[in-house]
Design a protein around this ligand. Structure first.
Ligand SMILES: [Zn+2]
Length: 494
């Protein structure tokens, strides 16, 4: 066979293929019927779809392909995988802005609590590139972090502490050149894709007001949000939550950095309604300020941190008996407090009155964020139960807020908080065509947290299916093995 004859033959074969393809297409069009409607990767049938942005609240089918929502309709759909959601609520996946547990153990508890995106924005990381690289392709749910003032200060001040400072990072004023070095590290983190700047001023008590302002300046330069655990807690004058909020509202107003005040009820305690009032007033003056809370009556932090420095009883309005040692569950005394303060470790503080927890969850100003993180199954129940607790305890049982309002606080509001620095968040927190198929499907009659202060490592109940980017991470109330669809949520400062 000559070369030319070979070419002719392959041309004929190509032509034949075109003709066959055209006939196939015609036949398909001719026989179009509901049965031949597009087939989606996943179809969720007959669920009560609630979208806080469009205010859709109706029975719908959802078609998902290639990780995004392709159809929302009352008409029939076909999918390679189909789940029936009759009697269940289909919500955008929950977005946790304050999630310290950033490993697979914690991601499993999060997924079972309905969370599809868990972000470490309060403490953050000291090295954004390394932090994201560690999780790439290995995460059950979506993840992201801020660049943290705390870890940057730990490094620059040569503090021996790990997650929180206990030496010079907490207790020593920084020199001008040290402040400049912390500032430089923060700007570098933002350029590497961190989601804003994290602060725990109460943990870095020796950080001057000027040092904090310098950090807000670099955030403001890039319009990066600041996620702040404030300098003081409680109501006792002069160093109280009001003064602490004045510090960061002022810093935000001066620098243009958006402000997000973390866990308002665990810092405001009995004074939380006053802080919420101030945040509302700041918003009405045009300041970009938001806040969050978790649905519990106790805090948790490390006993060796500056929060438990002399004066904690007065500041927090609690005593030794209100402290619970995470490792054993025991309540503390003056003697055991002194002993554990030397060894260090997690301690729960039963410090938030129940009515304050309820007011905070119900306030239209707050988002829900867990502040959780379990280690080897130990920790605060907020790490595993925050979202189911809001939906079961506060919405269904106490009727403290409506289901749609609760879902808005878990989905749309956190997405909007981040969408300036991370435009990819415009496709999260919503159920609309083209949005990411991060979905949480739960039974509103049965959803409830099961974790307790004594047994925090308990999965929530009532979350039936959870999808991350169109992939089931929970199906029929069971975690799915060997799937890691979680993607990095990164900032994109200009
Ligand atoms: Zn905190």
């Amino acid at each position: 066979m000559t070369q030319r004859a070979g070419r002719d033959r392959s041309r004929s074969i190509v032509m034949l293929c075109y003709v066959v393809a055209a006939i196939c297409a015609l036949v398909r069009i001719d026989t179009a019927s509901p049965a031949a409607a597009p087939e989606y990767d996943v179809v969720i049938l007959n669920g009560r779809v609630i979208d806080p942005e469009s205010r859709l609240d109706a029975i719908r089918n959802i078609g998902i392909s290639n990780g995004t929502i392709q159809a929302i309709s009352a008409t029939a759909m076909r999918g390679r995988t189909t789940v029936l959601a009759t009697g269940l609520v289909v919500s955008p996946g929950f977005i946790d802005l304050h999630s310290h547990g950033q490993d697979q153990e914690n991601y499993r508890f999060k997924a079972m609590d309905g969370v599809t995106t868990a972000l470490e924005l309060e403490v953050g990381t000291g090295n954004a590139n390394a932090w994201y690289a560690e999780r790439e392709g290995k995460a059950l749910i979506n993840y992201g972090a801020s660049i943290g003032h705390i870890p940057s200060r730990i490094t620059v001040m040569h503090d021996p502490g790990g997650f929180l400072p206990s030496g010079d990072g907490a207790h020593k004023a920084a020199s001008d050149s040290e402040i400049e070095e912390i500032r430089r590290r923060i700007e570098q983190g933002l350029k590497q894709g961190a989601l804003g700047v994290g602060f725990g001023i109460n943990y870095t008590e020796a950080a001057s007001h000027w040092e904090i302002l310098e950090m807000f300046r670099v955030a403001g330069k890039h319009r990066a949000p600041c996620f702040v655990h404030m300098r003081y807690a409680g109501l006792k004058e002069p160093n109280n939550g009001i003064r602490a909020l004045e510090e960061v509202l002022s810093a935000s107003a001066l620098t243009g950095a958006p402000l997000h005040v973390v866990h308002i009820s665990s810092i405001g305690l009995r004074g939380t309604p006053l802080l919420l009032q101030m945040i509302g007033e700041a918003q009405s003056r045009g300041l970009d300020v938001t806040t969050e809370c978790y649905p519990y009556t106790a805090t948790q932090t490390n006993i060796e941190s500056a929060i438990y420095d002399e004066g904690w009883k007065e500041a927090l309005g609690i005593d030794y008996k209100d402290l619970q040692w995470v490792a054993t569950g025991e309540r503390l005394t003056a003697e055991s407090f002194a002993r554990y303060r030397k060894t260090g470790g997690g301690v729960i503080g039963h410090a938030i009155p129940e009515d304050i927890a309820r007011i905070s969850v119900a306030s239209p100003l707050t988002m829900i964020a867990s502040d959780g993180g379990l280690q080897n199954g130990k920790g605060h129940p907020r790490g595993s139960g925050s979202y189911a607790r809001v939906l079961g305890h506060y919405v269904r049982d106490l009727k403290a807020l409506t289901l749609t309002d609760a879902l808005r606080k878990m989905t749309l509001m956190p997405a909007q908080r981040l969408e300036r620095i991370a435009p990819m968040m415009k496709n999260k927190g919503r159920i609309r065509l083209g949005a990411d198929a991060d979905l949480t499907i739960f039974n509103p009659q049965t959803i409830i947290d099961k974790s307790t202060f004594e047994q925090p490592a308990k999965y929530s109940e009532g979350v039936v299916h959870v999808l991350v980017g169109g992939v089931f991470v929970v199906k029929d109330a069971k975690l799915q093995a060997d799937v890691n669809p979680g993607r990095a949520i990164r900032g994109a400062i200009k």
